[in-house]
Design a protein around this ligand. Sequence first.
Ligand code: PBG
Length: 326
Amino acid sequence: MSHFPELRLRRLRRTEPLRVLFQETSLEASNFIYPLFVTEGHKVRQEIATMPGISRFSPDLLPEEAEEVIKLGIRAVILFGIPSYKDEMGSEAYNPNGAVQQAIKILKKEIPELIVINDVCLCEYTSHGHCGCIVDGYVDNDKTLELLARTAVSYVKAGSDMVAPSDMMDGRVGAIRKALDKEGFNLTPIFAYSAKYASGFYDSFREAADCAPKFGNRKAYQMNPSNWREAIREVEQDIAEGADIIMVKPALPYLDVIRKVRDTFNYPLGAYNVSGEYAMLKAAAQLGWLDEKRVVLESLTAIKRAGADVIITYHAKDAAKWLAER
Ligand code: PBG
């Protein structure tokens, strides 16, 4: 093995063509998933204060937005609903005529090639803001499973291509798989939010989706940020229950977990670059403290380098534009 001065690692960094030739990780717009917030009504577009550049859309305005997404080379969106009606059981989540179900129908009709993924969770739909139904002040796991399965089936009946349970109940992947298969949807994949941490980086999203818990927090179901071995067990469990794609969320503060999961399982892996990660870079860029394009592309590259195959990110449209310019 040679050493300096015979060995000079800078040789392969000397010119741009050399740097490009030996680049190990590359970003593609086709590996991004763009989140869309669906609100009720007609011709409604509301900007989200905590997430500059991101809006809530009524179903009728979604195809226009999705058309832009497709033109940039992004193939998939993930939908989140913001209902006006909320109750203890989150029943609007599985209303066949809910805003999300309408959104799926209109998107699949207008842009059939768009991959429509649906986040499956009750927190936007419950009056208390928790991800399941409450029994004696505690989110009841097994009762919640039935509601989640019902919600997933209603999205797939409306035409959804894939469901992504984000609630962190035990057994949800199995319950959803069973319910989908029973209805004949055995080809619909499940993208499991397997290792989802109880993170402070979701606060911008909770503002956007109006789903902050009215009491307590989500620590009794989402994971402790200190734990990585538990993340492996969560992923193992989801795979055993039939998950097709697994996920680590958030992304940037958990790159080590993404890497561990990548090295442990040969499953397609997603990472969710969450609202707070987006808000941090946006805010610093607005203040002129950071160069947005550089730090966004660097961050997304880091998530890929850590081992993610696909990235759910609010930066998707901007990043796709910047990648096309290069
Ligand atoms: C619903 C859900 C949340 C996010 C995705 N699905 C909020 C939460 O768990 O509190 C967060 C997404 C983001 O912050 O971008 N359970």
